[in-house]
Write a protein that binds this ligand. Structure first.
Ligand code: AMP
Ligand code: GLY
Length: 431
């Protein structure tokens, strides 16, 4: 099977690493990829979000059978629907399996907070109480915000590069932010609708499934560390590390997640005839002993994938092919019982401004136990240099969380680039 993987981060290196281990994979291409994915397949320069005609031409000339999508943007922009239509209109051949991902309609579970909230309400899925407002209902919303208990969570409806959620601790701040979104287009189109939500207190975790729209297979769960500073302080980032399994997600809690969140979500998709063949990311919060959905994403998490893929023992390509064919009912997966911890090395200054182009030394430290995944890297003059905020994710296995964390930390201590920074506390709070 020839596979095209879209994306270029640490998540995509972990996916490419896993896909390339499958005996079912003949050729793997990654668009655009990074120097890490180049170790697992062939990187190619293709536009991946917006116009899909070049991608279609590539798929035809390279006999691609399956497209796996890393980031949300191509999905929200309709890559699934484009290839479905192209397949029907001008046949891709018998072996064509399609795109792993939701339709653009289903991708609104991530692309529109209001769409996701309405879906959860229709299917009785536990989530924070909320109301949505637009310019037309501005005054009503102002009244709602002023009378809402503190803290208040304001969310821009659309994709806002992870910055569209604001947690306000007083009403003056909340009203100011509310006005900025609706009257001053703080988040542009994404903020034309605002979701005003109850604040939930608890601990967050990420749960992942692969679905074919009727059945699903659970992947290992993970906990992400979003803040830049040790002890979960400072600014939010794309994610500074992850652990899996999650020590506080015991069997009783995970059973509640299954019964109250995952099953009703997949049944909801089926009942509403929403086309979805791909990864579902449940961003959850554990409040007391109960799970609530904070958000859905229609893709894998980053850096969660860097611990989820190493812990998945089953063949990912077989799993994705079964999802594409609607045959997930017959699939069982196996997970590695060990703990995996990933720690992300970032460029100094991130998540604010940072420089690029610093040479990276000490990259050849992958062992059977430790994997160095590339995120924001590039090749310049035949050497690997920094090319983004999040540069590398180093994943290790251990019998305990702290043993896995020790290995990743030790490996990172042997890697050097100018202004390199990583959190040294990830995984250690559990022991
Ligand atoms: P989102 O973009 O929806 O993932 O939100 C970003 C972050 O804001 C989440 O990871 C949570 O930490 C926080 N958050 C979002 N909604 C709530 C809520 N209702 N209660 C508490 N925290 C929230
Ligand atoms: N690590 C969180 C995300 O991928 O959205």
């Amino acid at each position: 099977m020839n596979i095209l993987l879209l994306g270029s981060g640490g998540r995509e290196h972990a996916l490419a690493w896993k896909i390339s281990q499958s005996p079912l994979c003949t050729q793997l291409y990654i668009a655009p990829g990074n120097p890490g994915t180049a170790q697992c397949g062939t990187n190619i320069d293709l536009p991946i979000a917006g116009n899909f005609t070049e991608m279609e031409t590539f798929c035809r000339s390279h006999q691609i059978h399956l497209i796996v999508v890393g980031p949300e943007e191509p999905l929200v922009k309709g890559v699934y629907d484009y290839f479905k239509a192209a397949h029907i209109a001008n046949s891709f051949g018998e072996e064509w399996l399609g795109v792993i991902g939701p339709s653009a309609y289903a991708a609104q579970l991530e692309g529109s907070k209001a769409f996701a909230k309405e879906f959860m309400l229709r299917h009785g899925i536990p989530t924070a109480s909320y109301k949505e407002f637009t310019v037309e209902t501005f005054e009503e919303g102002k009244h709602y915000v002023l009378n809402h208990a503190l803290p208040i969570v304001l969310k821009a409806d659309g994709l806002a590069a992870g910055k569209g959620v604001i947690i306000c601790h007083n009403h003056i701040e909340a009203i100011t932010e509310y006005e900025m979104m609706l009257q001053h287009s703080k988040f542009g189109e994404a903020g034309k609708k605002v979701v005003v939500e109850e604040f939930l207190t608890g601990i967050e975790l990420s749960v992942f499934a692969v679905t074919d729209g009727k059945d699903f297979v659970l992947l290992p769960e993970a906990k992400d560390y979003k803040r830049i500073g040790e002890g979960d302080t400072g600014l939010n980032t794309g994610g500074m590390g992850a652990v899996s399994p999650v020590p506080f997600a015991d069997a009783a809690f995970m059973n509640k997640v299954l019964e109250k969140v995952i099953k009703p979500t997949i049944e909801g998709l089926e009942k509403e005839r929403i086309e979805y063949k791909g990864f579902v990311f449940f961003g959850l919060i554990k409040v007391g002993d109960e799970p609530f959905v904070i958000e859905y994403n229609c893709r894998m998490g980053d850096p969660e994938t860097e611990v989820v893929m190493p812990r998945l023992r089953s063949d990912l390509v077989a799993l994705l092919a079964a999802a594409a064919k609607g045959e997930l009912q017959q699939v069982q997966t196996e997970q590695d019982a060990r703990f995996a911890v990933t720690v992300v090395a970032v460029s100094g200054g991130y998540p604010g401004n940072y420089a690029k182009g610093y040479p990276i030394e000490g990259l050849d430290q992958s062992t059977g136990n430790t994997m160095v995944f590339h995120a924001g890297t590039a090749i310049e003059n035949n050497s690997v240099v920094t090319n983004g905020g999040r540069v590398l994710a180093v994943t290790s296995f251990g019998k305990t969380v702290s043993e896995a964390a020790d290995y990743s930390r030790h490996t990172l201590e042997g890697i050097r680039f100018t202004k390199m920074y990583f959190r040294k506390d990830i995984g250690y709070e559990f022991e």
